[in-house]
Design a protein around this ligand. Sequence first.
Ligand code: ADP
Ligand code: MG
Length: 262
Amino acid sequence: MPGVVITITSGKGGVGKTTTVANLASALALAGKRVIAVDGDIGLRNLDLVMGLENRIIYDLVDVVEQRCQLPQALIRDNRVKSLSLLPAAQTRDKADVHPTQMITICHELRQIADYILIDSPAGIEHGFHNVVAPADRILIVTTPDVSALRDADKVIYLLERDWKRQPGLIVNRYNPTLARAGEMRGIDDILDILSIDLLGVIPEDREIVLSTDRGVPAVFDRRVYVAQAYRNIAQRLMGNNVPLMDFRKPGFFARLFKRMR
Ligand code: ADP
Ligand code: MG
């Protein structure tokens, strides 16, 4: 069966797209799937850094498009889990160097060798956005609970429905259940009321994410990290398995428990 192309996008920058792609790709690979993470943020790549593969880049997506190498030559295999690879973006080039039809051709080839192709997006709704939406079988919107991220997410959802006839799924990132309970952060129900699309998962705010990004080791590789379970749950849902939402009622308890296990 050909693989599924899933694009993770948002509109606003800095909401956690790249972190989400790195962790979901790793979680799917750890669950035994063949996965290729594609950096669609041409000119501003950083998926390679978050995955800790930046020193092994020889060719990139633009080299493939401009036929300086074959597609398999540009794929970097992850040493931690063999069924995971990265197709890096070019650092020195412009988003306009790649066209949506070329992304469709590349993804068609990737579908033959992977179960899941996860595409990381640039911020914005222009050319780079078209490149990542055109080849997608599924689109996931990442948002944080704050008003500016929600407004941009709402705009992207509107554009996807109007121009592409697409219904994206939603991932809420950097959710803080303690603040939400205290009424100091928008709750999940409020977010769903505003965006009215299907919820695929909620990722809590966790400082371990920043540490894992600095180390170049996605959080899901560390079983002790609380937030890793949220990514594993979303990966299971992408695989079609029914997994209940994480129980955020006692986050303090879990945080303490996991710290003690270290
Ligand atoms: P984007 O790709 O949308 O620009 P990034 O994935 O680069 O966003 O994330 C932006 C910043 O937010 C990074 O410093 C990252 O470590 C941090 N971050 C992302 N998700 C979380 C989270 N759940 N908890 C804490 N920090 C996070
Ligand atoms: Mg990014």
